[in-house]
Design a protein around this ligand. Structure first.
Ligand code: TYD
Length: 207
């Protein structure tokens, strides 16, 4: 079996975790060994970097520092988990990947799409997702859902304006990478979203 790499993207509160769980069960039933990873995180070192990035007290963090920390966490995750899993023919589902950096740091923080890609190309090498699902949700709705679930972290505490830039940035990026990124309306019922994800994934596996 050839490895398959799927990433799940979307603004905070777009419902990625629920869909990842459902897709994982489907891939397991199809005979894959499935690895689920989250970003930033997924290895001991990357989780330690996550603690620094999302710490609510570090409000003075420079956007470039932030971008490099996300890329560092990602480099470790690719080297330690994602790369080896794909080489062993497993299915990898990543809760966020490089597109999050392109949108949050490149577009919303204004560092520039190209700069963020450049740094991240170095961090991830040849491992780009075969397909990326973008769960598209209005910024207000996403943040409202998050607030109902838990205390907000440093990124989630950003202004509504920032989160609007994120939601719009994702749509912009999806147009630029239309062959890889599948946009799905995250306000649809869970089962409907899942049907789209499943049928697209089957197409990718059989290609
Ligand atoms: P997390 O709690 O994992 O958010 P979610 O449950 O919505 O995925 O926190 C990750 C936060 O970090 C989220 O606000 C998005 C942000 N982020 C970036 O800004 N750049 C990145 O490269 C990544 C991976 C995440």
């Amino acid at each position: 079996m050839k490895g398959v790499f799927i990433s799940m993207e979307g603004p905070d509160g777009s419902g990625k975790s629920t869909q990842i769980k459902m897709l994982s069960d489907y891939l397991k039933d199809s005979g894959y060994e499935v690895i689920i990873t989250r970003e930033p995180g997924g290895t001991v070192i990357s989780e330690a970097i996550r603690e620094v990035i999302l710490n609510k007290d570090f409000t003075e963090m420079n956007p470039i520092t932030e971008m490099l920390l996300y890329a560092s966490a990602r480099a470790q995750l690719v080297a330690e988990v994602i790369g080896p899993a794909l080489e062993a023919g497993k299915a990898v589902i990543s809760d966020r990947f490089v597109d999050s950096s392109v949108v949050y740091q490149g577009i919303a923080r204004g560092l520039g799409i190209e700069n963020v890609y450049q740094v991240n190309n170095y961090a991830i090498g040849k491992y780009m997702p075969d397909v990326t699902f973008l769960l598209d949700i209005p910024a207000e709705e996403g943040i409202k859902r998050k607030k109902d679930q838990k205390e907000l972290d440093r990124m989630e505490q950003e202004s509504l304006d920032f989160h609007k830039k994120v939601a719009e940035g994702y749509r912009e990026l999806a147009k630029l990478s239309a062959d890889r990124i599948k946009v799905i309306d995250a306000t649809l019922p869970i089962e409907e979203i899942y049907d789209i994800i499943k049928s697209t994934t089957i197409g990718v596996i059989n290609r």
